[in-house]
Design a protein around this ligand. Structure first.
Ligand code: HEC
Length: 193
């Protein structure tokens, strides 16, 4: 009797394994580059508990994050003409618009960025290194001007490389939303001046 390892049945089983693992590896690759599923899951968890959606996802009319625009930043069709004159009476120094994505303060007006994988208006063309540098060093695009408040990059800068890589991997798997966020507006003259 021939040994089992040489039988056509074991060859078929072996081939089955190769096909199954090949597909699994390819399935993961198409969703998150070379990242593993566990890195993507960790990234989703970190994005959730650090409330990236609280700022980067515009609020709808009910004041809830509109998940059809998840993480796509300040909506391009919501125009903000100028910074309000701050401080307001009573010492209030920060104001937020109704979509929760335009923030006025002593720094002028900042707009939350599109961090979906859209290649033209989001971070679809960013390398992993650019992403790590944007958060670690608080730099626009990973190497430009300093990021404005309220992006809490000084706290997120303390995340480990693995955690930042996991967040990057997860962000590559979410739907790309085309939305061109405006540039920040310089501070208005102080009220009363
Ligand atoms: C409290 C509000 C707030 C939270 C929370 C927040 N961000 Fe931001 N983020 C901003 C603002 C505002 C900007 C734009 C700053 C600017 O234009 O200088 C920004 C910018 C960025 C940028 C730079 C984009 C670019 O074009 O250079 C990245 C990347 C980013 N945020 C990722 C994240 C991630 C990931 C999280 C969650 C871990 C997060 N942010 C949580 C407000 C926030």
């Amino acid at each position: 009797m021939p040994r089992l390892t040489h039988s056509p049945i074991s060859a078929a089983i072996l081939l089955g394994f190769i096909i199954a693992f090949g597909f699994t590896a390819r399935g993961q690759q198409s969703r998150g580059g070379n990242a593993s599923q566990s890195a993507i899951d960790r990234g989703r968890y970190l994005v959730t508990v650090q409330d990236c959606n609280g700022c980067h996802t515009p609020f709808d009319a009910k004041g809830e994050p509109d998940l059809t625009k998840m993480l796509s930043g300040h909506p391009q069709d919501v125009r903000v003409a100028a910074a309000p004159r701050l401080p307001l009476q009573g010492g209030w120094i920060v104001a937020i618009n109704e979509t929760n994505t335009a923030w006025a303060g002593p720094w002028g007006v900042s707009f939350t960025s599109n961090i979906t994988p859209d290649r033209l208006t989001g971070i679809g063309l960013w390398t992993e290194q650019q992403f790590i540098s944007a958060i670690r060093n608080g730099k626009k695009g990973g190497g430009g001007r300093e990021l404005l408040p309220p992006m809490p990059w000084r706290m997120y800068a303390k995340l480990s490389d693995d955690d930042l890589k996991a967040i990057y991997a997860y962000l590559r798997t979410i739907p790309a939303v085309s939305n061109k966020v405006p540039n920040p507006i310089a501070p208005a003259a102080k009220a009363g001046n």
